[in-house]
Each structure stands twice: as structure tokens, then as C-alpha cells.
Design a binder for this molecule. Sequence first.
Ligand code: FAD
Length: 322
Amino acid sequence: MTENGTAERYDAVVVGAGAAGLNAALVLGRARRRVAVVDAGQPRNAPAAHLQGFLSRDGMPPAALLAVGREEVARYGVDLIDGRVEHIEPAGPAELGHTVQLAGGPVLHARRVVVATGLRDGLPELPGLAERWGKDVLHCPYCHGWEVRDRPLGVLGTGPGSVDLALLLRQWSADVLLLAHTLEPTDAERERLAARGVRVVEGRIVRLVADGGRLRGVELANGAVVPREAVFVRPQMVPRDALLFGLDCARDDNGWVAVDRTGRTSVPGVWAVGNVVDPRAQVVVAAGMGAAAALDLDHDLVDEEIGRAVALCRASGVALSA
Ligand SMILES: Cc1cc2nc3c(=O)[nH]c(=O)nc-3n(C[C@H](O)[C@H](O)[C@H](O)COP(=O)(O)OP(=O)(O)OC[C@H]3O[C@@H](n4cnc5c(N)ncnc54)[C@H](O)[C@@H]3O)c2cc1C
């Protein structure tokens, strides 16, 4: 709030300071827009020690990337606000933008909004699994496959996608087991797994076994421990999209918020970027989505400003020829 009790006004409010939100803010700050970024401080890859696959940043700790990003946006006058946005609502007719309500009371006024709130990984409930997430319980071979190459690896059979994950992972190691757990692969899937050199181990898993800060294996219901140095799992990816649904943004056929190539949602003035709309977006892609949205959003503001200026000139009878 400003001193006279009105909401602080911004050209753009970005919700979420992961790679997607920060890159949007960086481009908008450099375009001399007044920008706020509100962040609740729970980036998805926080459990991982290193961030891989981002050109020029390969191997950097995820928190270090975000710290650099925050420093960079601050240089262009972007306001970084620690907090959680509770809801966003129209400030009136579309041209008035939106109000952004933070937990604990503060309200911001946004001519445009970028939602970059990421997603939550729903993990299978197995003792010993959650604490090893991002360390040696992994989900993405492109992010972490190299680091565990040639080691004894397992894929937990928890649902659709587990067979494909095992088939893919095989290119990083010759020793990949599909630990069937609750999955019953079809005959056709078993044939493909065998052809690819992936063995299926039947039996329910009861827990993951670790000692000395490292995964040692996976214990089955019959008491046997299958030695593995890392296991991969397909988490249930749940977008953090409550703010967007509160605004009635249209969904696609999979139930995710629908956006165009620049991240525009169906609601005028609202963009959504990164994992909140695309579970496959790695960090570099999420950052790119933020940059693309910022360009489109800035053009949208420019159009609005020109439209207003023209209307003002016409109303005051000023000749408009250049
Ligand atoms: C364990 C693990 C390891 C990974 N390793 C890699 C890797 O090596 N390389 C790679 O490219 N990708 C990796 N990824 C994927 C990577 O995490 C995503 O690509 C990236 O986080 C997407 O960025 P984002 O900005 O969309 O979301 P996030 O990074 O999740 O950022 C979203 C931010 O929004 C905030 N937020 C959410 N709701 C609100 C709200 N209501 N108000 C305010 N703030 C809010 C969150 O607290 C968070 O800080 C990994 C993922 C996991 C799970």
C-alpha cells in the first residue's frame, strides 16, 4: 500500500521468482517498466544440489542461479517482494488491470500480470523416498542421468509412463531394472523392455534403504533388498494454478491452463509461463517462456498507451499528422 492507503501501482506484477518469473521481470525491467515480483520461496528444484543442462550455467546450484537472477532484476529497479499471492481479481473493466492480494494484507495494482508459480511434484508414498528426492531419487534423465551414468539404476513402477522412463533411462546405464511395484507391464511392454536390455523385478516395494547419506537399494515385501544407487520415478505433476483458475482462465484438453506461444491466457492482461502451464519446461525453457511473455506483454502495454494518447489528442482537437 502507498502512504495514502491506495494499492501500489505497477505496469506488471510477476507472481513467482523461479527462472520463468525472474526472466520475465528482467526483460520488463530493462524495458523501463515498473515491475514487482512476489515470491513464496519454494522453487521446484530446491532439493537438487546442482542444476544441469542450462547453457553457461551447467552444474550451478539452483539457489545460486536464482540469487544471481534476483541481483540482475534489482539492478533495473524491479521490486522483489517476499510473500504469497492469495488471489488476483479484475480491478474493474479489463483496461483497469488487476488487483493482486498478498497474504497478510498488502494489495498491488497491476496493469498486467505474469503468473509463474511452477508446479508441485506429488511423490509415491514409500518410506525413505521423500527424503532422497532430488538426491538419488530422481525423475528426469535429461537433468540427472549423466551424474548417475553406468551405475545400477531402478525405475519405480508406479503408473503410466514408468515403462517409457525405463526404456529411456537405459541409454545412460546398461544396468537398469524396472521395479514393478504396483505396475503390471503388458506382454508388449515386456517384449520392448527385454529387447532394450531392461529386466523387470516383480514384487511390491516396502521402503527405500539408505545409509551414510546414500541410497543403497529398494526393499521388497518379501524382505529382499535390490541394490540400486539411484531410482527414477514419475511424480504426479500438479500445477500451482489456483490463481489462474480464480480468474477463470480457459484450460486445454489435459486440464492445464491454455496459453499461446507467448504465454497469453484466455484472460486479457494475464500471462502464465514456466511449469505452471508446461510440466516439461526445464529451467532454460522456463526462462525463455518468461522472456517471450515479457516481450508480448510490453507490446500490449505500448498498444494501450498509444491508443490512449490518440484518443486524448482527438478529444482535445490536436492535429495528429506527424
Ligand atoms: C529435483 C528436481 C531437479 C531438477 N533439476 C533440473 C535440472 O538439473 N535442470 C533443469 O533444467 N531443470 C531441472 N528441474 C526442473 C526445474 O525445477 C523447473 O524447470 C523449473 O523450476 C521451472 O521454473 P518455474 O519458474 O516455472 O517454477 P519454479 O522454479 O518452481 O518457481 C516458482 C516460484 O513461484 C513461487 N510461488 C508459487 N505460488 C506462489 C504464490 N501464490 N505467490 C507467490 N509465489 C508463489 C514458488 O514459491 C517458486 O519460488 C528439476 C526439478 C526437480 C523437481
